[in-house]
Design a protein around this ligand. Sequence first.
Ligand code: ZN
Length: 264
Amino acid sequence: MNYYHVSVDLGKRKRFSWGDHKELINFKRIVCTICGYGQLITADPNQKDPKDPDLKFDDKAWNMEIYMHRNHFADFALLGIRTIVSEKARTVLLENFNNAVDFGDLKMTSLRDFTEQEKKELRGRIGSAWVNRIANDPPQYFRLLLKQGMDLDFKKSKVKLVLDCPECGCKFYKEPRIKLIRKEISFPPRYLIESTWKGYDIFYAEGRGFTMFCTERFIEAYEQAELTGLLFDQIHHLSDTETKDREGNILTDGNPISSSTFLI
Ligand SMILES: [Zn+2]
């Protein structure tokens, strides 16, 4: 199986639209009582007590009112660091990859729905030119929710898991430093363990946040349905006997690596 790193296409000559939140609905950021870090929580915003048994950490249930910048809509777009999808993409994903995907609701809003006061505040934040480019009548989008589909090779990636909260699912990692080489940022390579793949055709990977990965099957369905807004880069397989990666870093102490892994 070949795997691909998936990124959202921003568009070259004509930039695709992207979303920004206007209002968070049914959303409250509270401090998790177990680990002490803030997390998203679904709640009646009027409820103040974080120990209320009706409150639960749930990424799906909260909602957001969003607007779209520009009028060039792709099937996949960015909302902050997350990905949102069109109605068409949602249908294709549900038909083909039902076990891998879930969706959260979004309330779409138009420029004309902003009050004068809201526009004024937004002009102060992002500038008049950007406010004027906010779309009227954007199509419906949904938040794309994926599962973790492959484990990180912590040792090889030189990453340590320093917190794994059983209450809110919050994870913190200690990672190698990002280097600056000849004015270019060099990210330390990460290695995934292919044998831990859970069979999802689109997925997140341990320690990689909202970075998406997919299989060839996903790309076939994407192309067949003529969806737009994604870019795919194949990631490098290391054979079982390779002891160095393509940058010459030594992966093992001379012994062949035991599981098939690859560089991302
Ligand atoms: Zn926690």
